[in-house]
Design a protein around this ligand. Structure first.
Ligand code: G3P
Ligand code: CA
Length: 242
């Protein structure tokens, strides 16, 4: 099986990251799925944005957590992108699901709850996934391993991915401890042997963030089940010919 292609924050190599435009761009570039980051607004809505601060990707300032959804939606979300799209805004998870629920698109929902406490984020994410009946097409990942365990307690059928950085000794043992189904391996830690051993222990392996043609080819050769890339078209061009 060739690896599935997940567009990291959408087709973020071209479009403003984590925007509807970026997700639509990923679909046009034949990604199998999109990866997106979720956190909470001050009124506890699930908003799709990577940083806890607004400065890098929007014309706002301060913490996402300090603004209501209504306030966040007034902001432009194309800052820092080479493609200027004045209408690009911070979407909600609901808006993303609503747009793609009738397509075969898959989702990696990364919960941004490692550095900042996000009360009941797990419950709210599971609630949205169930509402749109997307359990089979979603993976939930986070660097917060206790939070992965919480997801499994809420819904044992929900696929989860252990997201980590740097070297991790026997990551399948850590995944097993936190009931994760997949390893989300940083590219600099990806080896053929790691994939082989993870699979022997019945874990799927996804790797991130894989952007150049050479990296994409190496990930394919290592036997990953999925790759997370800012350039889904590059990956599709290589995978189409497999
Ligand atoms: O899914 C992997 C990747 O998204 C994690 O890192 O910082 O890009 O959210 P980051
Ligand atoms: Ca992410």
């Amino acid at each position: 099986m060739p690896p599935l292609i997940y567009a990291h924050r959408g087709a973020s190599g071209l479009f403003p990251e984590n925007t509807m435009e970026s997700f639509q761009g990923a679909v046009r570039r034949k990604a199998n799925g999109i990866e997106l980051d979720v956190q909470l607004s001050s009124d506890n809505k699930l908003v799709v944005i990577h940083d806890h601060n607004l400065e890098r990707t929007t014309n706002g300032s301060g913490l996402v957590r300090h603004y209501t959804l209504r306030e966040l939606r007034q902001l432009r979300a194309d800052k820092g992108s080479s493609m200027r799209l004045p209408k690009a805004h911070i979407p909600t998870l609901q808006e993303v699901f609503q747009s793609f629920v009738d397509s075969p698109l898959r989702f990696i929902i990364e919960m941004k709850n490692f550095f900042l406490d996000q009360p009941h984020l797990e419950e709210l994410v599971i609630e949205q996934i169930r509402r749109y009946q997307l359990t089979e097409r979603t993976i939930i990942s986070t660097f917060n391993f206790d939070s992965l365990l919480r997801i499994k307690q809420l819904d044992a059928r929900q696929t989860t991915g252990l997201l980590y950085v740097g070297p991790l000794v026997k990551p399948w043992e850590v995944a097993s401890r936190y009931r994760a189904d997949q390893l989300h391996v940083p590219y600099d830690q990806l080896t053929e042997d790691l994939v082989k051993q993870a699979k022997q222990h019945h874990f799927e392996v996804l790797s991130w963030t894989i952007n150049t043609g050479r990296q994409i080819q190496r990930a394919i050769d290592c036997g990953v089940d999925g790759l997370i890339t800012n350039y889904p078209k590059r990956a599709r061009n290589l995978i189409r010919n497999l």
